[in-house]
Write a protein that binds this ligand. Sequence first.
Ligand code: ZN
Length: 872
Amino acid sequence: MKVARGWLAAGAICLLAAMGTWNADAQRLPGGVRPEHYALTIAPDLAKARFEGSERIDLVLEKPSNEITLNAAEIEFESVRVGDADATVTLDTAREQATLHFARPLSAGPVALQIAYRGVLNDKLRGFYLSKTKLRNYGVTQFESTDARRAFPSFDEPALKATFDVSLVIDSGDTAISNTQIVRDTSGPEAGKHTIVFATTPKMSTYLVAWLIGDFQCRAGKADGVPIRVCATPDKVELTKFALDAAKWDLKYYDKYFGIKYPLKKLDLVAIPDFEAGAMENFGCITFRETEVLVDAKLGTLNARKEVTTTVAHEMAHQWFGDLVTPQWWDNLWLNEGFATWMETKAAAQWKPKWEFEQDAAADRSGILDEDAARATRPIRQRAETPGEINELFDNIAYGKAGAVITMVEHWTGEETFRRGVQAYLGAHLYSNATAEDFWNAQTRTSGLAVDAVMRSFIEQPGAPEVRFGQRQGGEIAVSQKLFTDHTASGGTGVAHFKQTSTAPARDNERWTVPVCIKGSGCKLVAPGTTTVGTETKAPFFFANADDKGYFRSTYAKAEYAAIVANAETSLSPAERIGLLGDRWALMRADEGTVGEFLDLALALKQDSDPTVTESVTGRIQAIGTRIASDDDRERLNAVVRREFGPVYAAMGGPRRREKEDHAELRQALFEALGEARDPQVLAEAQRLTEQLFSGQKAADPNIMDAAVALTAAKGDAAMYDRLMVVVTTTKDPDFREAALRALTWFQLPPLVERTLEFAVSDNVRSQDSWLLFAWMLDRRETQEQAWKFMRDHWDEIEGKATPSSGAHLVEAAGAFCSVEKRDEVASFFAAHHVGSAERTLAKSLERIGDCAQLRAAQQPHLREWLAAHGS
Ligand SMILES: [Zn+2]
């Protein structure tokens, strides 16, 4: 799965949060039963939002029993029988289980269980649910992690793989898509209906089953002999070409990479109007939020096309890694998600080498290291038993950090060796399940390196190391490591009374086995007892994180650091400069450096030609403006930004025909930064571009359009608000609509802010997007106070509209404040209004607020000092 796209707080990547507001105390099934095959017939009534189901489950009983327990939630059983023996059913709603009782014991061996039942098409975007457009209803599914049980009684655990026959009884005019190809389509069983029968699936987990019903239309293609379609509601088929091209390329790439041909006879990618996550890797039937797969192949912004590229690559990687071979249990979810996160960059960078995916990954990595430095972080592998616990695992640790660790290991072992390890792992567990140990043991065997020791130290311990490098002495350099945290030992702002942190064990003795790859000099393994590493003596400088692929913070002796900075623009790669900036930023956050030291480095890189490096600079300067500066400091900081970056922007000139994409991206980064710093020329340009948009003219550079409208909205009036609202309500392009929605949250006049807040809880905003509006407004200094008050005053409405993960997203968004008073306010509000599956998210948010207050107190004097020396 790919979680919903969040918002990026400058300098600190957002926590892409957990799913689930329910709080069931579900446990694992008792075992003793092995399901082998499900034959499902589902007859939905899309108008009345309900369905009837009948299923036969072929299973094997290990020993005689007069009871069988399986999972079921929101299911009404009509009849259960084996042969002519009827069963009675007892439901345990808290555990989401049903136990079937037979008068006489069933003998050990094969059993054919017949179940007739009814269910509801819910509006919570999980299980079998309704998605709506203005024109009609759709019946669609989302089963990961534990919601197949809402659509059919099942042994709903990833290790209990089986084959599936799905038949759908639907309205005559409708069509349906499922995991496999259609083998039969006949009219009946009653007038006005037809029955679609899909081919038997391979052996797979219940969470990967899917079916979609409506009037979807598709664009078709083919790769390596496999038919591929990208489907959407009829009005949006024109936006499917780009994703189809991506999918065709990815399929061939993965066929080769994995050395195993794509295992099904077809692949569909389907955009769903209402969709909670970003996308879901159902075997052969990938589902997407519309913004993650639909984009105008020509006019879409580069960011939108990049997003579709990585999401398609991510979900398709799962077809092998996750679907074909599946983790035994959810504690190893990271193995799925870390792998897919690593692979999405790898595949995307091969397909579009000029789009700088490696630099994006470096920037993400730095954000994740920041997040992982918090007290409330968690180890990558974590026990999770209940649906709530399982759903809280879908965070940046399982995705970004696990992906970063895999990136580091591949960089160390070498691409080809790593690939052989992946192939050995997959080959040994086809159509079956595996554990993390299976993965790293395969890598250890194929590489002959201590991959197991490295991975174990990063998978089982929370946080990341700070590796300290001393002054070079001949060919040797002293090295030591410690846990990197972004807070001082005293804690200052006192978050200790929160449960998560007070019970956490002391972590000072954490140590890692880290592959340290020295630029120009190869990789060394730094283990817990390592005190020196050998290096080239003649190199003009020593840089310990080649290609920025290592997951650690590094610090250097003063003279060594000065040599790195002096050579940064000429000798470091863009990813390495991004890493260097990230380390300097982190040291400031940890009070091991000053904001002035960061700003010195930032200005040294102001003319960088790489857009992601520039974003790493300007994004963090903006963060200094909101999180450290007073109003007065901010004015002075903005003046420095205008003075230093204005000439760089001016020198770039306007958009040119067929200019390189990284050039356009750099212009966009500078435009946004100068706009935020209230540069009068950029603001005038933004105003002009906004007028152009409203008058229907085509933009010369669509990439800066979003920022232009948002910057203009910040000073916009009611007339502009009305015009933008027309765009929001009429545009068909999902990405453009999302940009317009976001621009709505930039208005600052209180009555307009109020209108957006009212709009966010109205029926005009899909529940999948409602939380986004709040999150964006909480993230902006100018609107956060009003948004927070509205949220507290309207919590019942907001909760009523909430999807399973909205609550946790809002808890996360509330972490944008920056004072001890606010932290206490947020803590007491969510203590009184409990949000399920968001325990760790709340602890992180409260810690983030406290840390921000502490950072401001510690760094504000340094900022003033620096501004006094560098101001105009
Ligand atoms: Zn995924």
